[in-house]
Design a protein around this ligand. Structure first.
Ligand SMILES: [Zn+2]
Length: 220
């Protein structure tokens, strides 16, 4: 079976920057599974995988506009140091915050006197990405996967992906709002925001909103 829309694809990948430094790799995490054609992964990588079959390997070059976007100065903002309250901000620190573009991951870029510069760009914005990929498996997506917009692992919806309980308990698919999954993704109202849930440990090839290895987009 070839990779096409409505197939679930598992790939192993290594991601390098222009200098050949490894930025991310599926490695010990195991292959990354995603639903093809559902914007689970960045467009440039998805285009690169299209039409391949299991066992194929390929190098895929992804320019910023098909990856994490160009670096935008508009996503820099200044906040007063005292906005951090008792927390001591440090350069490189990252956190989620509501911005006029919705919930985003912000990185502390600069601290000058009483002013802190926050950067809302993705850490890979403006970068050309060099992927070496291997297609591990390709299968037809199931109906529930198509309706949820992401693949399901053996445990059902988000079963193995660290997304709290399975879909049985959750109306409208996994990761709907307010689900009482302790420490899992999407456990609060934030789940409603496409960019905020499931914020930790996601493979870098997935845009914000992925969860666990399964890619739980919270769009259900
Ligand atoms: Zn699901």
């Amino acid at each position: 079976m070839r990779v096409a829309k409505e197939t679930v694809v598992a790939i192993e990948y290594t991601l390098k920057d222009d200098q050949g430094n490894i930025i991310d790799a599926s490695g010990d995490r195991g292959p990354m599974e995603y639903l093809h054609g559902a914007q689970n992964i960045i467009p440039g990588l998805e285009q690169g995988v299209d039409g391949l079959v299991a066992g194929d390997t390929k190098s895929v070059l992804v320019p910023p506009q098909l990856g994490y976007g160009e670096y935008s100065e508009k996503l820099l903002q200044l906040v007063p140091l005292n906005a951090f309250g008792a927390n001591t901000p440090q350069i490189g620190m990252r956190f989620h915050a509501e911005t006029n573009l919705g919930m985003r991951v912000l990185t502390i870029k600069k601290i000058e006197g009483e002013e802190v510069t926050l950067d809302g760009n993705h850490e890979l914005a403006g970068k050309t990405l060099h992927f070496d990929i291997k297609v591990v498996s390709v299968r037809a997506a199931e109906l529930t996967e198509l309706s949820h917009g992401h693949p399901h692992q053996s445990g059902g919806c988000c079963g193995g992906g660290g997304c709290g309980s399975g879909e049985a308990s959750s109306e409208g698919g996994c990761c709907s709002t307010g689900e009482a999954s302790e420490g899992g993704c999407c456990s609060s109202e934030e789940g409603a925001s496409a960019s905020s849930c499931c914020s930790t440990e996601q493979p870098v090839a997935q845009p914000q909103g992925g969860c666990g290895s399964g890619g739980c987009g919270c769009s259900a």
